[in-house]
Design a protein around this ligand. Structure first.
Ligand code: ADP
Ligand code: MG
Length: 568
């Protein structure tokens, strides 16, 4: 994390110099106070007053310049630090391996970007330089005080010691409490995100009260943890204030004693009283800031963990580029998720270039898992997957994703134009976009929406039907000339007629290798597939043309055809 401070050393240096000049200004104020007493008790008369006024005015002007410079540099420094950190974190998340990403709820990433980064700004970027600048003030004030009276200066420093020790005493537990607080904020974020995503379900089941109850529990926990954390800090802050007052009292009494004994003048008493604040306050501030820094340590660790993610966590960016990914061959392919339970068992199969495959099987038989494996989402499988003769593990993720497209049941549409939703921000000519739209059967939609390719799609495609959304996913595959299309129950939520039209569209697409997990398919359509793969409990039960399948498999298909939609 230090790299962010170091990365903007020049700005930081100017800020600190301005702060240092601020500290020197403090000495000016003390001199002014000394001058006040000396003028009042001396014989300078009107000239003395004029001098005093002039000194005061100079101080004000210098103060204005120094303060402005300090605050300006601070603002600029914070902007640069936050900007580079926010960008870097987002880069890391967006390049994260899909499995690792999905281990957490999206809400926790939002929490990271919001809460954690805000804390880093307030309690790290702002705090570390402030600690330095307070050290500056302390040193300057201490030196001036030594010049006034070394014994007083020594006493002052002695009285500061309790404040230095306090954060050490409270730091560890404050840090633990902070971590609990941040973790509960994470949960809160995830929950809120889920509730808003499922808003429709909440309404249609009328479960507002239940949801309120759940929300209340979580938010109670968050605020309780926040309170415990601040309560922990309260003890330390109160003790610190008390010891500050104690130092002030003892110091003043001792100074008065010195004045009575004629060891110092009234001017020096006022001067030292003025400057003693600048010895005390920085120590107090440093102790508070240091406590804040200790509290933020778990957050720093969380951020660092994201920033220092391993290459593995960064997804399959390495690897060779390939032009062809077909045929797709499975060789003794076995797979288990993290829990170790085997989902796929030694599959051997070859998906030929340009052929159309239907994959059927009952719920949980591993169909989606197989497609995700082919997409290159998981690397921890046994056996081999060959894409166009190359081991899948050797091919770069980019290369795979460009040539293999997956159509999900829920298509994600951006709140953007039709063009961008088809090109997915890639560079294509209008002709290419129109062609893909036409091939995917989107012309009707585009006509309806009025603004051609520039028509806007509303958030998550609210102004489109399910079938139309599917067609967007297909247009995306067409425009990038994907060689393989993986369809995971893409049409499951559509009515038979629309589903049939989309299936037909894909079956007619020449050169496209289609693997379609399907269960809403009529016999006539199934007969058009080159091969049907029946998967049961992670094994290929049988495969072949529809008419070659056993009665048992056909029954399975017939059952699925009745519209079982539990299955995804
Ligand atoms: P299908 O698509 O045929 O219904 P899936 O491939 O989705 O089946 O799931 C096969 C099995 O793998 C199921 O038992 C399911 O519970 C399990 N499974 C799916 N995804 C995960 C996951 N991310 N972690 C652990 N188990 C999973
Ligand atoms: Mg599935």
């Amino acid at each position: 994390m230090n790299q962010y401070l170091k990365g903007h050393l020049r700005l930081l240096a100017v800020w600190l110099i301005a702060e240092f000049m601020g500290a020197v200004m403090v000495t000016g104020m003390s001199l002014f106070m000394k001058q006040v007493a000396d003028t009042a008790y001396g014989e300078g008369g009107l000239e003395g007053i004029q001098g005093l006024l002039l000194l005061g005015l100079v101080l004000v002007v210098v103060c204005l310049a120094v303060e402005y410079l300090g605050h300006y540099c601070r603002a600029k420094f914070l902007k640069e630090c936050n900007l580079s950190l926010k960008r870097k974190i987002f880069d890391r998340i967006i390049h994260c391996d899909i499995n690792l990403f999905q281990e957490k709820n999206n809400g926790s990433y939002i929490s990271l970007l919001n809460n954690d980064l805000r804390l880093i700004d307030e309690s790290y970027f702002q705090v570390i330089p402030l600690i330095y600048s307070n050290i500056n003030t302390f040193l300057v004030a201490f030196i001036v005080m030594c010049l006034y009276h070394p014994l007083l200066a020594a006493l002052q420093v002695l009285l500061c010691i309790p404040q230095i020790l306090l954060p050490r005493r409270f730091g560890k537990s404050a840090s633990a409490k902070q971590k609990e607080y941040m973790d509960s904020l994470d949960v809160w974020n995830a929950e809120v995100k889920d509730i808003f995503t499922g808003f429709e379900a909440v309404k249609s089941f009328g479960i507002e009260e239940k949801i309120k109850e759940r929300y209340r529990k979580i938010v109670d926990e968050v605020e309780k943890n926040g309170f415990v954390m601040r309560k922990q800090q309260a003890k330390s802050l109160a003790l610190s204030s008390a010891s500050l007052y104690m130092a002030f009292v003892l110091q003043t009494v001792f100074s008065v004693y010195l004045v009575m004994n004629g060891e110092i003048t009234m001017g020096i008493l006022l001067g030292t009283m003025q400057i003693s604040n600048y010895v005390n306050n920085p120590v107090r501030e440093i102790s508070e800031l240091y406590l804040e820094y200790l509290t933020i340590k778990p957050v720093l660790a969380r951020i660092s963990a994201v920033l220092d993610g391993t290459e593995e966590a960064q997804g399959k960016t390495l690897g060779i580029e390939v032009d062809r990914v077909t045929p797709l061959c499975l060789h003794k392919l076995s797979f288990a998720y993290e829990d170790g339970r085997r989902i796929l068992h030694e599959l051997d199969f070859r998906f030929d270039s340009g052929k159309k495959y239907a994959i059927v099987g009952s719920s949980g038989s591993g169909k989606s898992t197989l497609l995700r494996l082919l997409m290159g989402y998981y690397a921890q499988y046994e056996g081999e997957v060959y894409c166009g003769g190359k081991r899948q593990t050797e091919i770069s993720g980019q290369s795979l994703y460009r040539r293999i497209s997956m159509v999900h049941q829920r298509v994600f549409l951006f709140d953007d134009t039709i063009r961008n939703n088809i090109t997915m921000y890639g560079r294509y000519s209008d002709e290419e976009v129109w062609k893909a739209a036409e091939d995917a059967g989107l012309m009707e939609v585009i006509r309806r929406m009025g603004d051609g390719l520039d028509s806007r799609i509303q958030e998550e495609g609210r102004n489109l039907s399910g079938g139309e959304q599917q067609r967007f996913a297909i247009a995306r595959a067409f425009i990038r000339k994907a060689q393989v299309l993986l369809m995971d129950e893409g049409t499951a939520s559509l009515d038979y007629q629309t589903a049939g039209l989309i299936d037909s569209l894909l079956l007619d697409k020449e050169g496209l290798t289609l693997l379609s997990v399907t269960h809403k398919t009529e016999k006539e359509l199934l007969q058009r597939y080159d091969e049907i793969l029946v998967l049961e409990q992670g094994r290929i039960l049988e495969h072949g043309l529809y008419d070659e399948l056993s009665e048992q498999s056909k029954q399975l298909l017939a059952w699925n055809c009745q519209g079982a939609s539990d299955d995804n």
